[in-house]
Write a protein that binds this ligand. Structure first.
Ligand code: NAD
Length: 445
């Protein structure tokens, strides 16, 4: 099939490349010339494992092209996939200006029947609006469809080529059949729905996963007070097939380009139909607060943070990505700076993105994990990169001025800590806390 993908960000680029890998003719469009120039030269503007090799292979095979010329791309394609951003507006609603702009550009470019598919995460009813824009600006026949994207950054190629399911929201038989044929090589778990349900499935899925994370973080906070270990609690819960083990890792809360904005957007979507989504509001509140536990634990150990040097390991919102959108590290570092702390930060791939987005020239960005830790009063691990996990603790202990380790991602085990003198705090594992006087857990009966 001939496809045009509008927007070559994390979703559009990975989807376009993977569709070309399946043998389709794909042209990826972006309005940022520098991105397209990089891609034409075989460079990849984002960090995503496995993507570069696929781009090389499919470009060489002549199935994958990059352009800023949306008109030509639309005209040579049967299916046009919208993968532009839908960031948050200040009130939490999804900003649909990129979607509307792209829909208008597609409409004006159309030279015949097209299936216009939305992969961007959009509020219920948006695809109908896209349909209205197409009808207003084009004389040509079209069908619209919602095919929400569920890939995870860091494993986006793998997720796209091995999806848990594909959801196709469409009304027309032609669109349903063509989109089923396009996705069938990936999986036979294809759910065909009406358009509004498909739009809702995406938000409901992200809201549910965010709820799992905030839930286990609250359980972790209670574990710290009652002397239980949240990793064992999560394991015990996860064996239950009704619950499942994923998204039950306690930590500093979720960040990234999807969960924060999609939970806020769903609260707004509900609000617009006079429904207060109380549960999801709490999920968001819990998540906002969870990251500051790092600072509470630092203060419990160091006292006043003014003048202290704090090393930060990890700036990306999760490992294996250079995406820092809504990363907890922003608020944590900003709060530490406000308290007068000095920051030495390091991330293996997200450092440049982070530096360009945090307006804080005083942060000292280091070129290695070792350099960041050297001479610091404490170290906070915020992203679970393998590099940090594998760093020898005996070496770390000698680098730090004081062996204070705040592990925001529960990366280290009791055995690993046993022969060290770390003052160690993790999340929901009070039995592993070392070097600080613990209060006896309050007994309830
Ligand atoms: P992104 O910001 O990385 O990329 C969007 C791209 O679209 C940018 O490169 C931008 O220049 C381009 N663009 C905008 N308007 C354009 C136009 N008119 N013509 C050509 N290009 C245009 O965004 P993303 O992370 O890829 O997310 C895209 C959508 O997918 C969002 O709605 C997001 O919620 C959703 N989504 C993202 C993920 C994820 O992990 N990133 C996962 C699932 C769904």
């Amino acid at each position: 099939m001939k496809l045009a993908v509008i927007g070559t960000g994390y979703v559009g680029l990975v989807s376009g490349v993977c569709f070309s890998e399946l043998g389709n003719e794909v042209v990826c469009v972006d309005k940022i010339e520098a991105k397209i120039d990089m891609l034409k030269q075989g460079e990849v503007p984002i960090y995503e494992p496995g993507l570069k090799q696929l781009i090389e292979r499919n470009t060489e095979a002549g199935r994958l092209h990059f352009t800023t010329n949306l008109v030509a791309a639309v005209q040579q394609s049967d299916i046009v996939i919208l993968a532009v951003g839908t960031p948050s507006l200040p009130n939490g609603e999804a900003n649909l200006s990129y979607i509307k702009q792209a829909a208008q550009e597609i409409a004006l470019a159309m030279n015949g029947y097209k299936i216009v598919v939305t992969k961007s995460t959009v509020p219920v009813g948006t695809n109908e609006k896209i349909g209205s824009i197409l009808a207003e600006y084009s004389i040509h026949h079209f069908d619209i469809a919602s095919v929400p994207e569920f890939l995870r950054e860091g494993s986006a190629v793998k997720d796209t080529l091995n999806p848990d399911r594909i959801v196709i929201g469409a009304d027309s038989v032609m669109a349903k059949e063509r989109l089923k044929a396009l996705h069938r090589p990936l999986t036979d778990k294809i759910l065909v729905t009406d358009i509004r349900s498909a739009e809702m499935i995406k938000y409901a899925s992200n809201a549910f996963l965010a709820t799992k994370i905030s839930f286990i973080n609250e359980i972790a906070n209670i574990c710290e007070k009652v002397g239980a270990d949240v990793t064992l609690v999560a394991e015990g819960m996860g064996y239950d097939n009704r619950i499942g083990p994923s998204f039950l890792k306690a930590g500093i809360g979720y960040g990234g380009s999807c969960f924060p904005k999609d939970t806020e957007a769903l609260i707004q979507i509900a609000g617009h139909v006079d429904y207060e989504f109380k549960l999801l509001k709490s999920v968001v509140d819990v998540n906002r607060d969870q990251r500051f536990n790092v600072i509470r634990k630092l203060e419990a150990t160091l006292g006043e943070l003014g003048g202290r040097t704090v090393a930060i390991w990890g700036l990306a919102f999760k490992p294996e990505t250079d995406d820092v959108r809504d990363a907890p590290a922003f608020e944590i570092i900003q709060a530490l700076l406000n308290k007068g702390a000095k920051i030495r930060a390091y991330d293996p791939v997200a450092q440049d993105n982070f530096r360009s987005q945090l307006n804080a020239p005083d942060v000292n960005y280091c070129s290695s994990a070792e350099e960041a830790a050297s001479g610091a009063d404490a170290l906070c691990l915020l992203t679970e990169w393998a590099e940090f996990r594998e760093f020898p603790l005996s070496r770390l202990e000698t680098l730090l001025k004081r062996p204070v380790l705040i592990d925001g991602r529960n990366q280290f085990t009791e055995e690993e800590l046993a022969d060290t003198s770390f003052i160690y705090y993790s999340v929901g594992r009070p039995n592993l806390n070392k070097g600080v006087k613990e209060q006896s857990p309050a007994l309830l009966f």
